[in-house]
Design a protein. Structure first.
Ligand code: AMP
Length: 502
């Protein structure tokens, strides 16, 4: 049997041919037949460009239905889809092109690179769209095994070289099937799609659920609060990052009525605070379902569809996926102890592209993948993430988990949010700094007063920095590296205990 994920899509496209698949903000829609047609033409154009099984197609384009067709066409011809964040600059892109060695690079509008490059968002010379419109749709679906590569996702890699996570047809198919069942996906679901499509969340989780069930999506080019408020009443599911939810809560137009027809709000890619979870429930009556995943694995854990969704936790391992908490040596830790989160299952990637040593380092002998996240599991098997391993602060030889401190600071009235980081310190190796966004004129002493009775002294921040907002990437992840750079020299300065706003 052909394990090409596109073969699965093809069956659904034929069965739902006349139904709407993507509704666009201008009121037009693509049916499944339109999508199958556009994909077939794009596949023919790719074949004409010499793209075949195993060939990489690197893509840096804006979010349009054509971009979805290009993704599907790459799968159809057996190619390997390599999406790039649209924010990447020329020199970053040059690295990905050298590393991925694609047969084809597709960009939004023309640009010069060393490899064969076509454009997607314009017509004329060098336009993939032009080429696709001049050929007959190709119906042939390349034969692929489940272990063959379907995509490479470059991790956002804040340190060192960005690594390409190799995902197979088997990885993508199994994770999509699992989520569709676990989240009770229905053919009449309407997904409000406002995530970028160069990332696992928007490209795989969101899109696959729709395309494998013959449901539909309202396909927005980007996140915009007003657009979401406008389209929520005609949707049934929203998948978002935590910033979607905090921004929605910031709008007076976002009311209980607007969300009345929604059956599921999903959050992931970054931690959803308990405050946001609770404020959301108060405003709308909905309890957001938080799940946890990553480029290398797709989704690993989820709060339940039915049953208790617990704020601040990422729920249970998904069916067919095993998870455990370990110490550095790889020994399993009992419930209640903090350690590294490891996962194993059909969702786990095939390794890092052309990095066999790095791949070996990140896998245990028994097949578990070290996610690099630190967490804790409770007696019922529910997981909570306490942060990335690299964000762990080691002060005076003792481990400090930022999340523990952030939760306490966030609970101080007037504090909007906080990020706790470690920076070099002459005595302690690293010292804790709290970066705080607040409505009030908060000082280090105010925080110390609150934390003294709750936290050991070595965990208490030695400096406090007020900022207007925390630096975040498009997926809502706080960029702690940026904060660490900003604060790197704090302890070589001859300053008071507390710093003012920056
Ligand atoms: P990416 O590969 O860009 O999707 O990033 C994956 C990382 O995002 C994970 O390893 C986690 O550190 C983080 N992440 C994803 N989902 C959550 C969540 N629900 N809560 C906290 N962190 C998350």
């Amino acid at each position: 049997m052909n394990a090409n994920l596109f073969a699965r899509f093809n069956i659904v496209f034929a069965a739902h041919a006349a139904e709407a698949c993507m509704r666009l903000p201008d009121g037009t829609a693509w049916t499944f037949d339109d999508l199958q047609h556009a994909t077939g033409r794009m596949a023919a154009a790719l074949r004409e460009e010499g793209v075949g099984p195993g060939d990489r197609v690197v893509v840096q384009v804006s979010k349009t239905p054509d971009a979805i067709a290009l993704y599907l066409a790459t799968l159809q011809v057996g190619g390997v889809y390599v999406p790039l964040n649209t924010d990447y600059t020329g020199s970053e892109v040059a690295y990905f092109l050298r590393d991925a060695e694609p047969s084809l690079f597709v960009v939004g509008v023309g640009s010069k690179t060393g490899v064969t490059t076509l454009t997607l968002d314009e017509y004329g010379e060098g336009s993939l769209k032009d080429l696709a419109s001049s050929v007959d749709p190709d119906r042939h679906v390349a034969e692929r095994r489940s272990e063959d590569l379907a995509a490479i996702l470059y991790t956002s890699g804040t340190t060192g070289r960005s690594k390409g996570a190799m995902l197979t047809h088997g990885n993508l198919t199994s994770n999509a099937d699992t989520l569709i069942t676990y989240w009770g996906w229905r053919p009449d679901d309407v997904l409000l799609h406002a995530l970028p499509i160069y990332h696992v969340h928007g490209l795989f989780v969101a899109t696959h659920c729709v395309l494998l069930t013959g449901s539909s999506m309202i396909f927005l080019p980007r996140f915009d609060v007003d657009a979401l408020v406008q389209h929520l009443p005609s949707s049934t599911v929203l998948m978002g990052v935590p910033t979607f939810y905090t921004r929605l809560l910031g709008s007076v137009l976002f009311t209980r009525e607007v969300t009345a027809g929604i059956r599921l709000f999903v959050s992931g890619s970054a931690p959803l605070t308990e405050q946001t979870f609770e404020a959301f429930e108060q405003r709308t009556g909905h309890r957001i379902l938080e799940r946890y995943g990553m480029s290398e694995t797709g989704m690993n854990t989820s709060n339940p569809l039915h049953g208790k969704r617990t704020a601040g936790t990422v729920g249970f391992p998904l069916p067919g996926i095993e998870a455990r908490i370990t110490n550095e040596a790889g020994g399993s830790l009992p419930p209640g102890e903090i350690g590294g989160i490891e996962v194993r299952g059909p969702n786990v990637f095939a390794g890092y592209w052309r990095m066999p040593e790095k791949t070996r380092d990140e896998f245990r002998d028994d097949g578990y993948f070290k996610t690099g996240d630190m967490g804790i599991v409770d007696a019922e098997g529910r997981y909570t993430i306490v942060g990335r391993e690299k964000d762990l602060v080691i002060s005076g030889g003792l481990n400090v988990y930022p999340k523990e401190i952030e939760l306490l600071i966030d609970a101080i009235p007037g504090v909007i949010e906080s990020a706790v980081i470690g920076v070099p310190h002459p005595d302690f190796g690293e010292a804790v700094i709290a970066v705080v966004v607040s409505d009030i004129d908060i000082e280090l002493d105010d925080v110390t007063v609150v934390l003294t009775s709750k936290l050991a002294r070595f965990k208490q921040p030695k400096r406090l920095l007020r900022v207007d907002e925390l630096p975040r990437n498009a997926m809502g992840k706080v960029q702690k590296n940026t904060l660490r750079d900003l604060c790197a020299d704090r302890f070589s300065w001859d300053t008071q205990n507390s710093e003012g706003a920056v």
